[in-house]
Design a binder for this molecule. Structure first.
Ligand code: BT5
Length: 257
């Protein structure tokens, strides 16, 4: 089940059959002063989502964490997670899946036949991204972008509301898939890249824009129509009290009533 990595990616690859969490391993490498490394595991035993939620990571997925040291201020970090979502959505599309992005960086697939699952969802989660960083006021010290894609795994090994490439289109070559993700990410975020190109690509794949949403921020709940994204990766929501710009939170797509 091990992935053969002779990956021609713009980063060094460190492969493991099994790890608690590739993000944790990447953070160790950050502490050792490394950069431009991608930690990949076939299986994670302690995969993490945001806010300490669990991320199910059975063997066969693409569980990967990219360690980079962008010479940018911490305030610009959200754009990197949007870039990762764009890179994953694009690779999933190349694999034949109609992948769309839910703000800020979940990659979803519309449920077939427009049917809702038992929880009333019309979209299933294919991928999630967990970004962690440390920095000073003016400069990021390290940035770990953790990318989880349900690739060659059975949907019943995943929580309700999730889907996999296997369930949607059949198994993929994970090496090729990850290589495409990393190439695209490097292209979008590399030297001389324009962050507004990331926003344009994000808009093209967005599931969230034009939808009614409920966003739970650390301090409040905002409901309205999602109308745009703007730098450094914030969502613009039109509410009854005017436009709100949300920089972080959990976003839920509401059904049209
Ligand atoms: C995320 O969190 O979506 C970020 C997931 C990041 C995972 C990668 S894998 C490589 C790296 N190493 C790690 O340890 N993590 C990163 P969040 O938006 O908080 O969503 C978490 C929620 O998604 C959970 O509470 C479940 O409801 C659901 N979930 C758990 N496992 C899932 C899976 N495999 N597929 C789809 N949904 C899942």
């Amino acid at each position: 089940a091990a992935i053969e990595f002779g990956l021609d990616a713009p980063y060094r690859i460190e492969y493991h059959d099994r790890l608690p969490s590739t993000n944790d391993r990447a953070r160790e490498l950050a502490a050792d002063g490394e950069e431009d490394v991608v930690v990949v595991a076939d299986e994670q035993t302690g995969g993490r989502g945001r806010l300490d939620r669990e991320w199910r990571s059975p063997a066969g997925g693409v569980w990967a964490s990219l360690l980079v040291r962008p010479r940018r201020p911490p305030a610009e970090v959200p754009i990197y997670t949007l870039a990762a979502a764009v890179a994953v959505a694009r690779a999933a599309r190349e694999a034949g899946v109609d992948a769309r992005i839910k703000w800020p960086n979940d990659v979803l697939v519309a449920a077939e036949d427009d049917g809702r699952d038992d929880a009333g969802r019309t979209e299933r989660k294919l991928s999630g991204i967990l970004t962690e960083m440390e920095g000073e006021a003016d400069r990021v010290s390290w940035l770990v972008v953790g990318i989880g894609v349900n690739a060659n795994v059975d949907a019943d090994a995943l929580p309700p509301g999730a889907t996999s490439l296997r369930a949607e289109v059949g198994d993929v070559d994970r090496r090729v898939f990850l290589q495409r993700v990393l190439e695209r990410f490097a292209e979008l975020t590399g030297e001389g890249a324009d962050p507004s190109d990331i926003l344009d690509a994000w808009r093209e794949y967005a599931a969230t824009l034009g939808r009614r949403v409920r966003v739970e921020t650390p301090t409040e709940t905002i409901e309205g129509e999602a109308v745009d994204v703007r730098l450094p990766g914030s969502l613009v929501v039109r509410t009854d009290d005017g436009e709100r710009v949300v920089s972080a939170g959990d976003c839920e797509h509401l059904r049209p009533s």
